[in-house]
Design a protein around this ligand. Sequence first.
Ligand SMILES: [Ca+2]
Ligand SMILES: [Ca+2]
Ligand SMILES: [Ca+2]
Ligand SMILES: [Ca+2]
Length: 412
Amino acid sequence: MWAIEPNNLWLPDYLEPLQPTIDMPIGGETPLTDRWSTLPLQAIVDAVAAEVPALVPFYTDVDASRFLCNFIGYHAVWYHDLHPDPADPVWVVASGHIHVGDTISLPNAELATEVTVRTLIDYIDPIIYLPGDFDGDREINLPDHAAFAACFTGDGGGMLPDCDAGDFDDDGDVDCTDWYAFVLAWTDPGDPPPLAQCPAQRPATAPYPHDARKNRYISFDTNNAESGPVAFRIDVKECRDFPEAAGISMWLGQPDGNDVSRVVDAAYFTDTWPAVLHVGDCEIAPCCTYEMRATSDGTAFTNPFEVGTILDAPPWFYGDTAGVGTGDLPPLPGFTPPNQILNVNDVTAYLLTAKGDDTPSAHVTWVDLHGLEPGCVPNYILNVADLQRILFGLEGQLYTDSTDQISPADCP
Ligand SMILES: [Ca+2]
Ligand SMILES: [Ca+2]
Ligand SMILES: [Ca+2]
Ligand SMILES: [Ca+2]
């Protein structure tokens, strides 16, 4: 029997004194008080069943007796209930009692004990150990930031004493990869102060109108004016119509005069990225989500900034280039962003933008759907080919119906 007791309560004894005398630790406890195990019951049952086939571990709903086993178990859960708070210096994370029957061989008992303790440690570890929490107060804030900075050794730089909390990836150094994990773990409001050794900053949301979801472009705030040279990696997180594209990883190339970057194979480092960068290429397709990361060294990356193209516009979606007219004149867009509705407003937004004078218009990156390069790379030129795509959309064509608009996974 390997009985993991879910709760412990004890009954009055047969003979006087019927309960522990007041000089005992639990002397003041009321008989029949329920106290519950905080062990990972099912995980222990599963682990022991898997590794000690001769045993049948189990737990029941309630276990009550007036015998020593319950009395011992009651002490454990009672003590846990006195110290359940992580801020308590003698915090008890988990406690409980396992009743071991007398028909178990010693080797099996030893093995089951080891399996049980290992399962318990695996359960407790992520609860008690917070990477980045140098001072152990379960917050990751300014004192920890100072400790992290003092522990910083750089890529392959080894470990200083008492710096384990800074080695997030457990590779024996405290470097920029650990720093970006520290930024994610930060528990105070906002972001931690920058760390000079890791200057790359996470890209950010572009201001309106560039934050709109578009068909063939994504735009973001490069957010690294003070960081020195950085490069941007772009990863396909998911594409609704091209699941095979998920995980594709690329770089952003040198922007052109319209602040448009194309996707390239090698990192391009510069300290003169435009404030708002547009990305348009074969790989940028509707109904996809992308992750942008900045890097100063090509090795350590900031946390991802997520940006996506237009969402589905039931029953059709491709060609949703704008919402409704607002009448605003440039530089403001004269339309609200793509709105998951495909109708004459999308055509009008295109026509007024292509007209190019001081009439209300959309932004070029909203209405430029097409170009002649393989994969129909949008070319920042508005001509009849773009209009044709909107009209195809109105006829019910999907992005995937065209043979020249291809999966991001198949782009040249
Ligand atoms: Ca702390
Ligand atoms: Ca490390
Ligand atoms: Ca629309
Ligand atoms: Ca075009």
